[in-house]
Each structure stands twice: as C-alpha cells, then as structure tokens.
Ligand binder design. Structure first.
Ligand SMILES: Nc1ncnc2c1ncn2[C@@H]1O[C@H](COP(=O)(O)OP(=O)(O)O)[C@@H](O)[C@H]1O
Ligand SMILES: [Mg+2]
Length: 269
C-alpha cells in the first residue's frame, strides 16, 4: 500500500532584495507517496528547482519561506521547515536526497567515486566499519547498475562518462535508504539512450526501495516514460494535477495543452 512520505502544504517562497520582492512559489501543496514517481513539469523559471531547495533547506536568507513541509519517517512526522541547520544535515543525503542535472555537481573531482559513496555512508552511520561501508557501497553501485563495480570504485569522476557519473550520483543518493529522492532534471544533460536508461533505473529503484521520487523535468517525453502522477507548475503555481493518463489524454488547463502541443511540435522536428 502506498504511504505518504512527504507533504507540502501552502509552500510560499518570496525572494527579497533591498527594495524588491518577487513571489517565486505562491502557496503550492502536494504529497509524495512511497513507490511513486511524481513528475513536476513546467517551463524554465516556473519554480521547480526552488521547490526542491525549499524541501532540503538549501535556500539562503534572501528567500522567505512560509508553509509546512512534513517528512513522514516511520511513525514520526517532521516539519522540515522547523529544523536547525544541524538537524537538516542529518536529513539530507539520508532521509531525503537529491540528484542534479549535472552529475558533477554532486561529486568531488579529487576523490574516487567509491570513497565518496563510503563517506556518504559514514557521515550518517556511526555503527558501521569502513570495511562494511565499502561492501555496502559496492552493493549499491550494483543496484545503480554500474558495471565492473570493483574497477569503478577506484576511479575518479573524470574517468567516467556522463551516464556513469549520474549512476554514481544515484548510488550516493540511495545508499542511506532515503524515503524521498528529489531528481532535478536528472537526464537533461545526457544523450537520449543514456537518458532512457537512467529513467528505467528510477522506475526500478522506486519499486525495489519503495521510494517516493519527485522527478523534475520540462520534457513531457520523460513524464510519459516513467511518471505515475503529474503536477504542472506555472509561475510558481500549480495549474493542474492528475495521473499521467489524465494529463496526456484530457488535460484541463490551457497551459498544459500548450505544453503538450509544443512537445508534439518538437517531436516532429
Ligand atoms: N538564486 C536566485 N536568486 C534569485 N532568484 C532566483 C534564484 N534562483 C531562482 N530564482 C528565481 O526563481 C524563479 C524560479 O526558479 P527555478 O526554481 O530555478 O525555476 P525552474 O527550476 O522551474 O527552471 C525564477 O524566476 C528565478 O529567476
Ligand atoms: Mg530548475
């Protein structure tokens, strides 16, 4: 049975500079459930990334945040917006993790990828030896469908292709068994076959790990491929929400129809 893992209520984000204020998110509400891929789709600048950064507490002081963001962790309900920076560090990369468009963002160029995964484990688990952490890292690299894990473990990010780097970033993101995975345009920087492979990997992981995945994209092709539910975002507001069939077959808002139409045009080019 699907369970709620994240609940966003009335999230409002305002960007404030000296004498200028801009509403970036205008009271958005949504839930993410286990074993589900929720796609967030909208044009550039609609507030998709800011939504992720709000969840992870990564916005600086110029952003004023209002609303509630609950993480459901076993029997606990934690309002992420009330946590201290120290408490947030316990959540990030552990209960909630994130994958970025450019895999290098998540990787340190001067440390081998295996060691980085080991460090991610040790950062959150005091009860595990370095040796056991390595065994776990190799297991998770396999789970992320990285071939030749023993060899890859000792390589540096620059020695890997974009697709492999993204798989390492995914391994790092899932290694502490998160509840929620935020994937911000995770395939945009990859070519189409690699992109399809990564999307199938998300499908596999959501089932095997019972993950709630927020998949951000501006591409309806990506949505069609893997999403269970879809939220359409426009200028910081949700204009439409539904399951993937409803959105494709009977879109309600003009904006969604327009996005779908531009996709059809693109696919004909
Ligand atoms: N660091 C920032 N400082 C000021 N405004 C920002 C910053 N990052 C994003 N914004 C603004 O917030 C809005 C939403 O941005 P974003 O969430 O990055 O859009 P998306 O991910 O949907 O392309 C945009 O209008 C953008 O200009
Ligand atoms: Mg973005």
């Amino acid at each position: 049975m699907k369970q709620k893992v994240l609940e966003v209520k009335n999230l409002t984000v305002i960007y404030k500079e000296e004498n200028r204020e801009k509403i970036i998110l205008n009271g958005i509400s949504f839930n993410i459930y286990t074993n589900e891929i929720l796609a967030f789709i909208g044009k550039s600048g609609s507030g998709k990334s800011i939504t992720c950064f709000s969840i992870l507490g990564l916005l600086n002081k110029n952003f004023l945040i209002d609303g509630e963001i609950y993480l459901y962790d076993d029997n606990k309900k934690i309002n992420l917006l009330n946590l201290t920076e120290k408490e947030l560090r316990e959540i990030r990369g552990n209960k909630v993790s994130m994958i970025f468009q450019e895999p290098s963002t998540a990787l340190n160029p001067i440390i081998t990828v295996g060691e980085q995964i080991v460090d991610t484990i040790l950062a959150h688990r005091k009860d595990i030896s370095k040796e056991d952490a390595k065994t776990l890292a190799l297991k998770v690299m396999k789970e992320a469908q990285i071939p030749d894990v023993e060899k890859r473990f000792n390589q540096y990010p620059f020695e890997l292709s974009g697709g492999l780097k993204q798989r390492v970033a995914i391994a790092m993101a899932i290694v502490n068994s998160p509840k929620v995975l935020l994937a911000d345009e995770p395939t945009t920087a990859l070519d189409i076959t690699v992109s399809a492979y990564i999307l199938r990997l998300f499908l596999r992981l959501k089932e095997r790990l019972d993950l709630g995945i927020l998949l951000i994209t501006h591409d309806f092709g990506v949505v069609a491929e893997v999403a269970d539910r879809v939220i359409v975002l426009k200028d910081g507001e949700i204009v439409e929400e539904g399951n993937v069939f409803q959105i494709f077959n009977t879109p309600k808002s003009e904006y969604t129809k327009e996005l779908l139409k531009s996709r059809i045009l693109l696919s004909k080019v």
